[in-house]
Write a protein that binds this ligand. Structure first.
Ligand code: ADP
Length: 349
């Protein structure tokens, strides 16, 4: 398989005044990959995208697109010469121009025949053939975003950059459009980077995720590895509720985690597990190791229930169980943590 590197970032650092917004980041993106940049508000996601597009200049490091240096010290290739496509949430379509004219806008350098052909291809790609002569205000939000995508893809860029492309859309449309756009990008083999603060969107839509926090890259890996093998507790905590047992050694193994039986006592170990790592033991055989938890609250989510459990000597933890379980507040459960789903980190208290 061809593993051509389309984007290479080496020790990229960027500051606004004296404030470091991107701190010594390095990564490589391979041809055809969809990458998401995920992190809390203000962590530097948009800045990283602006650096790649050339809107922002870096203070240190090297950025290459398709083996050509784009930024290195004072050397800076401007956005329009980078061969990148941009889709911004607020990059409105021209309201007075038809969809066809909107798409033609970025490819005025082509001959009339080539232009026609390209527009036709792009409209087919995003399934908007019927709307070529319609004006944008007559389209739904999702349709407008598909046209914006077609317009960005029309010049056949090397790299497509999307800044929170779905954030203006309502939640039910978001998921479907996200999957549809992923399919379009995959079909066109377009190497793409999109910014999101929505962890589920990043997991669902990307081949790899860059986790940013305070301008630093915490982890760059596949959704599966990021979710199941987070490198630290910051990454582990990005994906919804997580249980934390601080200074595990002090707990006298009340959680019966056999994997940690031989832990050294003189270092501080914190353990983390997601609510779905907790299992209810209904049948106990003699050698089962389990611990008990008393149900203090139950929230119904339809396809699962979230149960708050009080564990003696410890406090509370949360478990997600099948809504088919017959549970009530006040009853005691026998519980076990799936040790394959446990994250163990040595951390300062
Ligand atoms: P995100 O996209 O993750 O929300 P940004 O990249 O927009 O984060 O911002 C990263 C940091 O840089 C934040 O602290 C933000 O306040 C700051 N910042 C962003 N844009 C500017 C700017 N034009 N001038 C000064 N500081 C900025």
């Amino acid at each position: 398989m061809d593993h051509k590197i389309i984007l290479k970032a080496l020790n990229i650092t960027h500051k606004y005044g004296n404030n470091i917004s991107i701190n010594n980041i390095s990564f490589e993106i391979i041809d055809g990959e969809i990458i998401s940049i995920l992190g809390p508000s203000g962590c530097g996601k948009s800045t990283l995208l602006k650096i790649i597009s050339g809107i922002e200049k870096i203070q240190d490091g090297i950025l290459e697109i398709d083996k050509n240096i784009m930024s290195h010290g004072a050397y800076h290739v401007p956005t329009e010469k980078r061969n990148v496509g941009l889709v911004f949430q607020d990059l409105a379509l021209f309201p007075h121009l038809s969809i066809r004219k909107n798409i033609e806008y970025g490819i005025s350098y082509l001959s009339n025949d080539e232009k026609k052909q390209r527009v036709r291809e792009m409209l087919t790609f995003v399934k908007m053939e019927k709307f070529a002569d319609t004006c944008p205000h007559l389209l739904s939000g999702g349709q407008q975003q598909r046209v914006a995508l077609a317009r960005s893809l029309a010049p056949l860029p090397k790299l497509l950059l999307l800044d929170e492309p779905f954030s203006g859309l309502d939640i039910s449309l978001r998921k479907d459009l996200g999957i549809e756009i992923k399919n379009i990008l995959k079909k066109s083999k377009m190497t793409s980077i999109f910014v999101t603060h929505d962890a589920n969107e990043a997991l669902m839509l990307s081949d790899k995720i860059i986790i940013l926090n305070n301008g630093k890259m915490e982890q760059f890996d596949t959704p599966k590895n990021i979710y199941t093998k987070p490198i630290n507790s910051t990454v582990a905590s990005f994906f919804g509720t997580i249980n934390k047992i601080q200074n595990y050694q002090k707990m006298n193994n009340i959680f019966k985690i056999s994997k940690l039986n031989n832990q050294k006592q003189d270092i501080n170990i914190n353990i983390y597990f997601r609510p779905d790592a907790l299992n209810i033991l209904n049948e106990i055989n003699s050698d089962s190791s389990f611990f008990e938890g008393k149900i203090i609250d139950i929230l119904y989510y339809g396809n699962y229930i979230s149960v708050l459990l009080s564990i003696s000597e410890y406090g509370t933890i949360t478990g997600y169980f099948s809504s088919a379980e017959n549970l009530e507040i006040g009853i005691n459960l026998k519980l076990k943590i799936n040790e394959n789903m446990l994250f163990v980190f040595q951390e300062k208290e």
